[in-house]
Design a protein around this ligand. Structure first.
Ligand code: BYC
Length: 330
């Protein structure tokens, strides 16, 4: 969307000064998209950089819990599937860092902020993966939650973010199905395998509900993000959608979700469910989860070990720029 796309004033309207803020509000009100070169309020830009950077960091840190199982996968087929999935997460991170760059953010700076603990990433990736069933449950729950949260983001008001989400969501739905298919296979196996699946479900259920963020009443960013149509639904609405979607899948799989308060409420047309431990979410988000230190240490080491690759790429790009400038074709 460019400022020239705004509708012509009604005939007879005297020409007035161009008001960028009004143009921005009008674009949002008409459910059109803001594009990188459009004027936008500083706070809108800052909110997007915050959310997109956290999202990108989550994808990259999210490679670790499952990545641990690539060398321990029980068959070549499962190894190939897991490899492809983890590689997809890297791609999602790259789309998202690129979207943040269209807002003027610098990727190296964002990475530095993550490593220094000045920017967040999703709480869910601070829990350990204890058995191969965890790989299936992450696909089912975590990618399932990601789909609930991210499908509406395909219609977010900032163009580059929404377009990145379209590709991400297509891949997430494969990820979710591979997790569910893995669990179906295990549930058709031995008693020991079924017990592994139930144990993983018990450990991942509550942290998965926390992925949607604090309850609406304690979500400082929601109101403004929804008014700007960055977020389309509140944290609680999306959490409810996830619960409603997952309960029949759990029944079909033959596992029990670890919540004694979980039951269908015909009046509301939704499932009632228990309250996640919000103190636990606060602890994990503030750096005190089971694996926070390990995840960041691993990310920092990967960044330091990758310095020579970045230097080589920058040097190659500089050389190519000189060759292009000088008209060298071979
Ligand atoms: N974990 O006002 P609120 C994935 C923070 S990637 C950590 O509700 P907002 C996947 C929140 O950022 C999963 N932090 O915030 C990857 C805010 O902090 P600041 C990530 C959390 O932004 C690989 C503060 O708490 N998905 O799915 O309106 C493999 C107050 O919260 C969490 C995305 O990033 C949390 N769980 O809403 C498989 C999606 N919850 O910045 C899967 C895009 C809240 O004020 N992001 N915080 O210091 C969003 O949709 C929103 O940012 C959130 C939070 C719903 C997460």
């Amino acid at each position: 969307m460019d400022i020239t796309d705004h509708p012509a004033p009604a005939p007879g309207t005297p020409p007035g000064p161009y008001d960028p803020e009004a143009a921005f509000e009008d674009t949002i009100a008409r459910d059109q998209r803001i594009e990188p070169r459009d004027w936008m309020p500083d706070a809108y830009r800052a909110t997007l950089v915050r959310q997109i950077a956290q999202h990108a960091h989550s994808e990259i840190i999210g490679m670790q819990p499952e990545g641990e199982w690539i060398t321990k996968a029980p068959s070549l087929r499962r190894k190939a599937i897991l490899f492809a999935k983890v590689q997809d997460e890297a791609g999602h991170g790259l789309y998202l860092y690129s979207a943040a760059e269209t807002l003027g953010a610098d990727r190296a700076d964002l990475t530095r902020r993550l490593i220094d603990g000045r920017q967040k990433y999703s709480s869910i990736f601070n829990y350990p993966t204890r058995t191969f069933a965890d790989v299936g449950v992450i696909g089912w729950f975590v990618d399932g939650a990601a789909i609930c949260n991210q499908v509406p983001l395909c219609r977010t008001s900032y163009g580059p973010y929404g377009r990145a989400m379209v590709r991400v969501c297509k891949e997430e739905s494969f990820h979710q199905r591979q997790g569910y298919e893995l669990l179906l296979t295990m549930m058709r196996g031995t008693d020991e395998q079924r017990a592994m699946v139930q144990d993983a479900v018990d450990r991942w259920w509550w942290p998965s509900l926390m992925m949607f963020g604090p309850p609406d009443a304690d979500s400082p960013n929601s109101a403004r993000s929804m008014a700007w149509r960055i977020k389309r639904h509140s944290n609680d609405q999306l959490r409810q959608r996830f619960v409603d979607m997952t309960v029949p899948q759990a029944e079909k799989l033959g596992v029990t979700l670890p919540d004694p308060e979980l039951r269908w409420n015909g009046e509301r047309g939704h499932h009632d469910f228990g309250t996640p431990d919000w103190e636990e979410l606060k602890r994990v988000v503030s750096g005190d989860g089971p694996c926070n230190a390990e995840r960041i240490a691993r990310r920092r080491a990967a960044h330091e070990e990758g310095a020579w690759v970045r230097e080589a790429a920058a040097s190659y790009a500089a050389e190519q720029a000189v060759r292009t400038r000088d008209g060298v074709t071979a």
